[in-house]
Structures are given as structure tokens and as C-alpha cells.
Design a protein around this ligand. Structure first.
Ligand code: GDP
Length: 200
């Protein structure tokens, strides 16, 4: 069963974050990794427009997900973080990082899972490794998702997953495709488990 998404707000500083409520899942990745496409595939095409609205790109966009129209309380919140990794900003993940991404990742009390997106066709990147290192330091739970896996053959997927795991120093990685919906059930499984866990 799909959850019902609703755009909440765009925040550019911590004082604009919504009050902590339901467990939150953050989506992080380099620009062009396929984050908007994956979010749309997860929650339905209606949100596509919202997340691709120009001007919202350097903000954290929050979405509430309800399990039924009758239930006004969200079961999960999604936080769509700005894409990072432009070559010109190679020294830090992004100029926005210290302003509100870092405070978000470090302090957000309801943040339950970080979904770290990497492109399955791109070799491991330093900026992604930096992010994972940071999440480990902050003791945040995370999952690495390799996007656009439909672009690879079976053998290429195996090779790419192995190279990414090695390069990023992680034991697990989920191959996904917004196009074919590969891996989305597994991702929803993880997110639902988190929602169920926190609501107990
Ligand atoms: P964002 O910048 O991370 O939000 O990336 P987008 O979602 O805008 O995607 C960047 C590009 O990758 C676009 O041209 C998408 O059509 C393409 N793309 C995203 N997801 C997939 C996927 O699952 N399969 C394929 N083949 N292309 C994808």
C-alpha cells in the first residue's frame, strides 16, 4: 500500500524545520544522482512538480506521508536535501553544508534513516565517502542506494555494486531504478519498519 504524500515546507535554516513529529527519512546525494526521480517513484508522480520547482533546490524540502486520508497524523516524514558535489565546490560537499545540512544531520531528533544515493554507473566519489564518514561520526543509521540500475546489465550491476561497496567502505548496497521500480519494495520495507518501530 502506498502512503499519501503531502508537501510540507522548504527550509533554508534550522529555525524553519517542521516541529519534530513522525520518524524522518532523509534523502541525500550528488546533483543529478536521480534523487527527484526516486522520490517521485516512491511517493507517486504528483510530487515531481513540487520537488523540481526552481528555487527550492538549495533548501531542505519536507514531505509528510500519511497511511490513510482519514489519519491526519503522518506516519513518516521525508526530507529531500539539496544535491551536493558540484566540481567547483569540491573542497566541501556543498556551500550549504555548514549552514543547515550539517545542523540537520547532527541535531534532528526524529531523523531515523539517511538514504544515501549514488549513481550505479559512476565510480565511488570522494564527496559520497565524506558524507558516509560524517553519518558514521554522527552515529546515524543509513542505507546506500545505487540509482539508475536499469542502465546496467546483470553483470555490470554486480561489478558496480562491488566497486561502490569497496570504494565507500560499506557492507550493503541496494540497487534501485526509478524507471523499472527495481529495489523500491525493499526500500519501502526499510522505511515502514522504521515507522512501525518509532510508533510503538
Ligand atoms: P536529481 O538531480 O538527483 O534530482 O536527479 P533527477 O531525478 O533529476 O535525474 C537526473 C537524470 O537521471 C534525469 O535525466 C533522469 O531522467 C535520469 N534518471 C533518474 N533516475 C533514473 C533511473 O532510474 N533510470 C534511468 N535510466 N534514468 C534515470
Amino acid at each position: 500500500m502506498r502512503l499519501i504524500p503531502k508537501f510540507l515546507l522548504s527550509a533554508t535554516s534550522p529555525d524553519q524545520f517542521p516541529l519534530p513529529s513522525a520518524p524522518e527519512v532523509a534523502f541525500l546525494g550528488r546533483s543529478n544522482v536521480g534523487k527527484s526521480s526516486l522520490l517521485n517513484a516512491l511517493v507517486g508522480s504528483k510530487q515531481a512538480h513540487v520537488s523540481s520547482t526552481p528555487g527550492r533546490t538549495q533548501a531542505i524540502n519536507f514531505f509528510a506521508l500519511r497511511d490513510s486520508a482519514a489519519n491526519t497524523q503522518p506516519v513518516l516524514l521525508f526530507a529531500d536535501l539539496p544535491g551536493y558535489g558540484y566540481a567547483k565546490l569540491s573542497k566541501s560537499i556543498t556551500a550549504e553544508w555548514p549552514k543547515f545540512i550539517e545542523p540537520y544531520l547532527a541535531l534532528r531528533s526524529t531523523l531515523a534513516l539517511c538514504v544515501c544515493l549514488v549513481d550505479s554507473k559512476v565510480p565511488p566519489q570522494e564527496s559520497d565517502a565524506q558524507l558516509i564518514h560524517y553519518l558514521r561520526e554522527m552515529d546515524r543509521r543509513f542505507v546506500v542506494v545505487a540509482t539508475k540500475a536499469d542502465r546496467l546489465s546483470g553483470n555490470e550491476r554486480t561489478r558496480s555494486a562491488a566497486a561502490l561497496k569497496r570504494g565507500l567502505g560499506v557492507d550493503d548496497l541496494l540497487l534501485c531504478s526509478a524507471k523499472t521500480e527495481l529495489g523500491l519494495k525493499e526500500l519501502w520495507g526499510m522505511m515502514r519498519a522504521i515507522a512501525a518501530d518509532r510508533s510503538r
